[in-house]
Design a protein around this ligand. Structure first.
Ligand code: GTP
Ligand code: MG
Length: 383
């Protein structure tokens, strides 16, 4: 399918950049990728071309981060005032009709979050396609002084300790929850990535961000690049298209968690032809079945972008990809049944994504309409 990505604020622009980098050369799925921020340095940090970048919000509350700490309402208001400018950038660049738009944003800050609800609403009006949100949740160590102290030893406070550190964000939990509330009924669906569970001990979000963003971008690319035909000719047995994704993500701002599993596989062999020319390796059925089973298990039971109980999902999607010889149809069908029995509902779809040049077998899992203890936790902190 054809996806447009719009990054807002520091995290949003870096995520947009990471998604662009994760686009498989033989499986293009992106129309346009935009980066919008009030902060010039953050825009400069991306490789998104000038025509698709914009520094916005000059002279508004969005530029004055500190002033917004306690006043998110003012931020939402400024967000309303900038959307026309942002839509104009999009139109000037000649944005082509996408099958869906994905707005990426880090919740907890004072630029991207406050802009997102107004921009998503405006995009819903301007584009004849669903507008999804991909948002990060803040980690406890960003706003909880006890966690910061415990993590960094007895003498550390909420002060930046390294150059790459982000400033402390005492209002991050409350901002994140209030922004999610503002997105309710506006975003078609909200995919979440919880920074808290993706940090290693002692690490800051800034330390971990390249790894986290790559991880998340891989999931996004696996889902949206899906099973569209390849230039090399391999055709998916079961193509997941934009309307399938729309069916699973829904139109009612469902909270979505993304799972992923992959396994490296050997794809060439020099057993034949005297080892001079690498040839396509023959794959034993049992090997292929086992690889698919492994990645499906990791996709459903492994680490999710947002920790949740997969059983609470209302709908689910499974995409299994890799070199065609490894995509065992029975094993993929079995994987879909496993997801179906996990999710419990009937809204489960499965598809395959042949990657002739791929070196891994992977499974991407979408769990839509989940309940998450982490959101409850942040809500309690925000009250
Ligand atoms: N996964 C991930 N999370 C990030 C990244 N950068 C920031 N975050 C998270 O997103 C939240 C908001 O940070 P930014 O996106 O930098 O904030 P902003 O929207 O630019 O707003 P300002 O406060 O004005 O800078 C932070 O509290 C972090 O939890 C990133 O690159 N990757
Ligand atoms: Mg910023």
């Amino acid at each position: 399918m054809q996806l447009e990505v719009v990054g807002l604020g520091g995290a949003g622009c870096r995520l947009a950049d990471a998604i662009r980098a994760a686009e498989p050369a033989d499986h293009p799925f992106l129309t346009d990728v935009f980066a919008f921020d009030t902060d010039e340095a953050s825009l400069q940090g991306t490789v998104i071309p000038e025509s698709h970048r914009a520094k916005y919000g000059q002279g508004t509350a969005l530029e004055e981060s500190a002033g917004l700490e306690g006043d998110l309402e003012q931020g939402f208001e400024s967000g309303q005032n900038v959307v026309d400018d942002l839509l104009a950038v999009r139109e000037r660049s000649g944005s082509t009709a996408p099958d869906a738009v994905l707005v990426t944003v880090g919740l907890g800050g004072t630029t991207g979050g406050p802009t997102a609800p107004a921009l998503v609403a405006a995009l819903q009006r301007a584009v004849d396609a669903p507008v999804y949100v991909l948002a990060t949740l803040p980690a406890d160590r960003e706003f909880d002084p006890d966690v910061v102290a415990a993590d960094r030893g007895p003498h550390a406070g909420m002060t930046a300790t390294t150059e790459s550190d982000e400033p402390p964000r005492p209002a991050a939990a409350s901002h994140a929850i209030r922004t999610l509330e503002a997105l309710e009924g506006v975003a078609s669906a909200i995919m979440l990535f919880d920074n808290e569970t993706w940090l290693r001990p002692g690490e800051t979000v800034a330390d971990a961000r390249n790894r986290s963003n790559r991880e998340l971008a891989t999931r996004v690319a696996a889902i949206f690049a899906g099973g569209d035909g390849e230039s090399t000719g391999a055709v998916a047995q079961n193509v997941i298209d934009a309307s399938d994704i729309e069916r699973i993500l829904g139109t009612e701002s469902a909270v979505v968690s993304l799972g992923y599993g992959e396994q490296a596989v050997e794809t060439t062999s020099s057993r034949f032809g005297l080892g001079l020319l690498p040839t396509e390796r023959e794959v034993e059925t049992s090997e292929a079945v086992s690889a698919v089973e492994t990645v499906v298990r990791k996709g459903i039971r492994g680490k999710l972008s947002l920790e949740c109980d997969p059983e609470t999902a209302e709908r689910g999607l499974l995409i299994v990809g890799g070199p065609p010889a490894w995509l065992n149809r029975q094993a993929i069908a079995e994987g879909r049944r496993t997801l179906q029995s996990t999710v419990g509902g009937t809204g489960v779809l499965g598809g395959d994504a042949p990657r002739s040049n791929g070196e891994t077998v992977f499974a991407a899992v979408v769990l839509a309409g989940v309940e998450s203890g982490r959101l409850e936790e942040l809500r309690a902190l925000a009250d």
